[in-house]
Design a protein around this ligand. Structure first.
Ligand code: IPD
Length: 262
């Protein structure tokens, strides 16, 4: 386990990475096409990931990296010791179109278990953080989720075209009719952290990559929420999986809706 002091140092790196995102102008960002439909990276995704790998490998010698972009030092796998999961810009499409709804997401695992998470939205200056066993925080204020049912909140969902995102559409009407409303924010990490902050009651996505949810998974669990796959099994950190997260009540209701739809 890392110390509180080390956690603060990591948070500082994530904050600095967020300042790179905040000052980046989408119009000046070269865009690279990745595998699958509507899948992009920009010059700034690469730059921020390089910045974080540089800082973290200096401070945590021997740590592994499971990052979204193809940069030096990124093994894209879980190492036996510490592994940092980096999404340098979660909400890349939002960034490309100047939506101001993107974040830097950094998760930390030790062996096969997630132990830390930092998600920073520089547009709103909101830093979510959590260390396993020490609670979840938003800008230093402790977060606690109230276990409310789905009928009392907003359900967010994700649907990336390159990740078979259309699979969610068959259940959206039922999610809508059983909640207050639906949202698709375009940044899974932000939408997941909104569960910890009490703004979303739940989040669903049928296929998503570990660097998108690794950090937020610790933040949700440390705030009293639940995150797992559509069938209730634990999330995977070595490859993509489905995600149903929320208050314990809402997550269980959503799993019921998904199983009824199959
Ligand atoms: C994507 C966003 C999107 C989610 C996708 C992710 P990226 O991450 O979080 O909301 O639906 O599954 O891949 O590509 O912007 O880092």
């Amino acid at each position: 386990m890392i110390s509180m002091e080390e956690a603060k140092i990591i948070e500082g790196f994530v904050y600095e990475a967020g300042q790179i995102l905040l000052s980046a102008k989408p119009g000046e960002a070269e865009v690279y096409k990745k595998d699958g439909p509507a899948n992009f990276a920009t010059f700034f995704d690469v730059k921020i990931q390089e910045f974080l790998i540089g800082k973290l490998s200096e401070r945590f010698e021997g740590a592994g990296f499971f990052g979204e972009e193809d940069t030096q030092g990124n093994a894209q796998k879980v190492s036996p010791g510490y592994t940092f999961f980096i999404d340098p810009i979660d909400g890349t499409t939002n960034f490309m179109f100047d939506y101001h709804n993107s974040c830097v997401s950094l998760g930390l695992s030790e062996g096969n278990g997630m132990i830390g998470g930092w998600v920073y939205d520089p547009y709103k200056d909101r830093m979510f953080s959590a260390l396993r066993g020490h609670g979840a925080f938003l800008n230093g204020i402790r977060l606690h989720i109230e276990n409310r049912p789905m009928s009392e909140g907003i359900v967010a969902f994700g649907c990336a075209r390159y990740n078979e995102g259309d699979r969610i559409f068959s259940v959206l009407k039922e999610l809508f009719m059983n909640s207050l409303s639906l949202r698709n924010g375009g940044s899974a990490a932000i939408d997941l952290c909104r569960i910890a902050a009490g703004s979303n009651i739940a989040y669903v996505e049928m296929k998503i990559q570990p660097y998108d949810y690794a950090a937020a998974s610790v933040i949700i669990e440390e705030s009293g929420g639940f995150i797992g796959q559509a069938d209730g099994s634990p999330i995977t950190i070595d490859g993509p999986c489905s995600i149903v997260a929320g208050t314990k009540k809402a997550a269980s209701q959503i799993r019921g809706i998904l199983s009824g739809a199959q």
